[in-house]
Design a protein around this ligand. Structure first.
Ligand SMILES: *[C@@H]1O[C@H](CO)[C@@H](O)[C@H](O)[C@H]1NC(C)=O
Ligand SMILES: *[C@@H]1O[C@H](CO)[C@@H](O)[C@H](O)[C@H]1NC(C)=O
Ligand SMILES: *[C@@H]1O[C@H](CO)[C@@H](O)[C@H](O)[C@H]1NC(C)=O
Ligand SMILES: *[C@@H]1O[C@H](CO)[C@@H](O)[C@H](O)[C@H]1NC(C)=O
Ligand SMILES: *[C@@H]1O[C@H](CO)[C@@H](O)[C@H](O)[C@H]1NC(C)=O
Ligand SMILES: *[C@@H]1O[C@H](CO)[C@@H](O)[C@H](O)[C@H]1NC(C)=O
Ligand SMILES: *[C@@H]1O[C@H](CO)[C@@H](O)[C@H](O)[C@H]1NC(C)=O
Ligand SMILES: *[C@@H]1O[C@H](CO)[C@@H](O)[C@H](O)[C@H]1NC(C)=O
Length: 841
């Protein structure tokens, strides 16, 4: 009995502190946590995002955005004691600006999950974070400005996921990291961590993913004993200064490894044979190192899908050993010293989609078996020592997107089968010894065939002795079938195109046709009210008499047509009906102009296609072309400063519309002052779309014929024939300068190529026939000149888009400071120096 009493007394004594606590500290754990969080919030102050409004004093933190609670039993297993505690904070993407200093981790003892990634936190990670004994997930990545060293992590034994990537953390990785026995994911990439990889990392036996790339790690050699890191699947150590990395002997421990990236380090020597033990490896990147000699037994890694050994100094003949790697999708071996022949066994890599063997020393011929790699989309073998003919079989690689065989010594004709390469975007066969003609149907937006002595695009002046590549016997039958197809399809499609133009045309409600009634094969003539027809136009112009002619362009003469009843319009009669090329420009112009409508683009009312004559009917733009106005002293005076600025804006607006607001960008290709027409209000209208080209979004095109007008053609178009919207941007730059100067800039364009200092002052090149601009207007003049200079840059990429140009001209307030300087002071060199700013508006 006495014993029982004593026991009871003991229990009471034990419970006493609890009773005591309960009476003095009435706050629950949740209150303490809420207070810690609110204090952090107030320390962050203005850096607290608007959408975290719910964090309010007096409310439960369990209802706050980003906070999750769970129940816990702090005092043993007694159900009655279960309390709510904050267990997760997940504020990814909330962009909290501030530091972690104000966050009292010791008051958040139940936290299991903390994600503050993609915020704007700066300063150090406090070592008090070690108070989070139960934490299993910590993500502070993508804050970019968290700095200082990684705190000792000994207090976080349960941590399974640690991501501190993309910050500014420095110093060495603490060796205490080895204490995180439960860690399976570790990402410290993209910091400025230095030193070597601590050996204690080998204690992290549960690790499945380790990323230390993009740091300043050096001399790291992870010599872990056999069996450790046996769960590692992903190991990324690229972009450091490692010299030996995991090569040679450490690799054998990593039996589960699937991805290994050691690229962009300073690894030298050869690759250990033991790499062949990594039989699960699917991704291997050793590029941009100084690896020489043997590459071990990579040929045994039959699971490999991605292999990049580019930019090393590997010099043996190795390709044959890769024929077992039948899962390969990417094989990048460029920029090594590989020699020997290209083995026919390459044909067994049927999943290969990217093969780059450029800049090596391969000899011999291209094996026709490469034609078996039906998944190839990119085949690059430039800058080797290949000879012989291009195999016809390459033409059957239907998915081919890029083909570069340039800078070899290939001979013979371009295979006719290349006409099947419908997906081809880039074709480079330059710097070879090819001969013959370019196959008619072959097309690729980016095509270079330069520097092939005997290759020509004209059948008549070609050397007759040019051998066409032969097919392997088995392929012969296939060839007949395949070659037949284009011959049947192409004329058919041409008919469709013409028919579809007609259909589109007829659908336009406002434009009823009176076609094919009595005028033979007329396609379509628009009319205002159903009464005007071909006949009326002929009689109004007395069969296109000279006295009605108001202009002669490259592709036709323009007539003024005034019908009875006062309806006036312009008719462009196409030149010489015999010339085949007119057909193309005629239909291009119709196709383009029927689909677009813009205030600053001339309106097409209709067209006529008759065996005897072809013409187009437009809105008449009364004042004629900008070029003719600038040539005439009286008219030029009438076009004063502000009107000129308005003209430049109109043209910019029209081009911005063509390039950016149409379904597919349209490149005009012949922007010049004689194709800009001014109406009675001096509003500019862009005309003459005979040369226009539609581009696929984000693509360029290649030019079959040399289009454009001298003095307005972008330099890259004449050298590479690559057509992009930036060609129009250049021509626009010429016009803008022409408008300001009153004449074509001529020699003023040369310094753009020669980079000579331009000391001439801007005011000295302005058109002297009009009054000097007022102080208000001179800002516009400077801006137009600045935009012109930006557009005239030699490198197409450096030029702004027309959208940027138009915005710059419209919003003067966002413009660079140079326009605030007095006109008198500005030299042309100043415009050169800061024209890059137009792109940033
Ligand atoms: C959260 O808010 C809801 C109402 O919005 C309330 O019913 C609930 O009790 C709150 N929960 C806590 C833990 O305060
Ligand atoms: C960390 O960044 C702050 C500014 O955000 C700077 O004042 C401090 O010196 C930096 N500390 C270290 C160790 O780089
Ligand atoms: C280890 O991490 C896992 C999550 O990966 C977790 O479920 C487990 O509870 C952790 N173990 C310990 C002892 O913390
Ligand atoms: C790593 O493990 C070894 C033994 O396996 C132990 O001696 C060492 O202290 C551990 N290192 C750390 C940092 O935990
Ligand atoms: C690679 O394969 C060859 C033959 O298949 C074999 O002799 C060699 O031992 C293998 N090497 C490795 C490292 O597995
Ligand atoms: C690696 O492969 C080689 C040859 O295939 C073999 O002799 C060696 O024992 C393997 N090493 C390990 C650790 O499995
Ligand atoms: C192929 O290799 C060449 C030569 O090193 C390189 O310039 C080119 O960028 C590579 N192409 C691709 C698509 O990787
Ligand atoms: C290219 O090959 C031709 C034979 O097809 C040969 O006459 C010529 O010398 C070779 N040129 C170079 C640079 O090797």
């Amino acid at each position: 009995m006495g014993l029982l009493l004593a026991l009871e007394l003991l229990l009471l004594l034990l419970a006493l502190p609890r009773l005591f606590c309960a009476s003095t500290f009435t706050r629950s754990p949740l209150d303490r946590e809420a207070e810690a969080l609110l204090q952090w919030r107030s320390s962050v102050g203005d850096g607290w995002p608007y959408d975290l409004e719910s964090w309010k004093k007096g409310t439960s933190p369990c209802n706050w955005t980003g906070v999750t609670c769970s129940t816990t039993m702090p005092h043993g297993r007694d159900q009655g004691d279960a309390v709510l505690v904050v267990s997760q904070i997940s504020l990814k993407w909330y962009y909290i600006r501030g530091s972690l200093d104000g966050l009292r981790f010791e008051d958040l003892p139940h936290l299991v999950y903390l994600d503050l990634s993609y915020s704007i936190l700066s300063g150090p990670i406090p070592s008090s974070i070690g108070a989070l004994a139960g934490l299993s997930f910590l993500d502070l990545s993508k804050n970019y400005d968290l700095n200082g060293s990684i705190p000792p992590l000994t207090g976080l034994p349960r941590l399974a996921h640690l991501d501190l990537s993309s910050n500014a953390l420095s110093d060495e990785i603490p060796s205490s990291i080895g204490a995180l026995a439960n860690l399976s994911f570790l990402d410290l990439s993209r910091n400025t961590i230095s030193g070597s990889i601590p050996p204690s990392i080998c204690n992290l036996t549960k690790l499945t993913s380790l990323d230390l790339s993009y740091n300043l790690l050096s001399q790291g050699s992870m010599t872990c004993t056999v069996g450790t890191l046996g769960n590692l699947k992903k190991l990324y150590l690229s972009h450091n200064s490692l010299t030996t990395g995991l090569i040679p002997s450490d690799l054998v421990n990593l039996a589960s490894l699937e991805s290994l990236d050691l690229s962009n380090n300073h690894i030298t020597g050869s690759i250990s044979r033991s790499i062949g033990n990594l039989t699960s490896l699917e991704f291997l990147d050793l590029s941009n190192n100084q690896i020489m000699g043997s590459i071990g037994s990579i040929g045994n890694l039959t699971s490999l899908r991605y292999l990049d050994l580019s930019n090393n100094q590997i010099h043996c003949s190795i390709l044959l050993t890769f024929s077992k790697l039948t899962s390969l999708e990417t094989l990048a071996l460029e920029s090594n010293q590989l020699n020997g022949i290209l083995p026919p066994e390459l044909g067994s890599l049927v999943h290969l989609s990217h093969l780059n063997l450029s800049s090596n020393q391969f000899v011999g011929t291209i094996p026709p078996q490469i034609g078996h790699c039906r998944s190839l989309s990119s085949l690059l073998i430039s800058n080797n020592l290949l000879t012989g003919q291009i195999p016809q079989e390459l033409g059957y690689l239907g998915d081919l997107y890029e083909l570069d065989l340039s800078r070899n010594n290939l001979s013979g004709a371009i295979p006719e089968t290349f006409s099947h390469l419908n997906q081809l975007y880039m074709l480079d066969l330059s710097y070879n010894s090819l001969c013959g003609t370019i196959p008619t149907y072959m097309s690729a937006p980016l095509m270079s065939l330069d520097h092939n002595m005997d290759l020509c695009d004209n059948v008549y002046n070609c050397t007759p002795r040019c051998e066409a590549p032969k097919l392997d016997k088995e392929q012969q039958d296939m060839k007949h079938l395949r070659m037949l197809l284009p011959a049947v399809f192409v004329p058919f499609c041409f008919t469709c195109l013409i028919a579809s133009i007609t259909i589109v045309w007829r659908r336009r409600k406002l434009m009823k046709t009176t076609s094919e009634r009595k005028y033979g094969d007329i396609f379509s003539i628009w009319n205002f009210d159903g009464k005007i027809a071909f006949e009326d136009i002929l009689s109004a112009t007395e069969n296109f008499h000279q006295k009605y002619c108001i202009g002669i362009g490259g592709y036709g003469s323009v007539f003024r047509v005034e019908l009875k009843g006062g309806i006036i319009f312009a008719v462009k009669l196409l030149h010489s009906m015999e010339e085949y090329s007119d057909e193309g420009t005629f239909h291009t112009e119709i196709e383009v102009l029927t689909k677009i409508r813009h205030r600053c683009i001339v309106k097409l009312y209709g067209f006529c296609s008759h065996s005897q004559c072809k013409f187009l009917v437009y809105d008449l733009i009364e004042r004629g072309s900008l070029s003719s106005i600038l040539h005439d002293h009286e008219l030029a005076k009438e076009l004063d400063g502000p009107k000129r600025v308005a003209v430049v804006k109109d043209v910019a607006q029209a081009l911005s519309y063509l390039h950016h607001d149409c379904d597919d960008p349209i490149v005009h290709r012949d922007i010049k002052s004689s194709n800009v027409l001014l109406d009675l209000d001096f509003k500019a209208h862009v005309s003459d779309f005979g040369m226009a080209r539609k581009l696929k979004h984000g693509c360029s095109s290649w030019s079959t014929i040399f289009a454009g007008t001298c003095g307005y053609i972008a330099p890259e178009l004449s050298s590479t024939m690559v057509l992009t919207e930036k060609c129009d941007v250049y021509s626009f730059g010429v016009i803008a300068l022409e408008v300001v100067m009153g004449k074509h800039p001529g020699d003023l364009l040369l310094p753009f190529f020669c980079r000579t200092e331009q000391t001439t002052k801007l005011k000295d090149i302005l058109d002297q026939r009009i009054a000097a601009p007022s102080t208000v207007d001179e800002k516009d003049v400077i801006l137009v000149a600045l935009v012109a200079f930006a557009c005239l840059q030699v490198c197409p990429k450096a030029r702004p888009t027309m959208q940027q140009v138009y915005q710059a001209l419209e919003n003067r307030s966002h413009c660079p400071a140079i326009i605030l300087r007095p006109l008198d002071e500005i030299r042309l060199q100043d415009l050169h120096d800061c024209c890059g700013t137009i792109k940033n508006i």
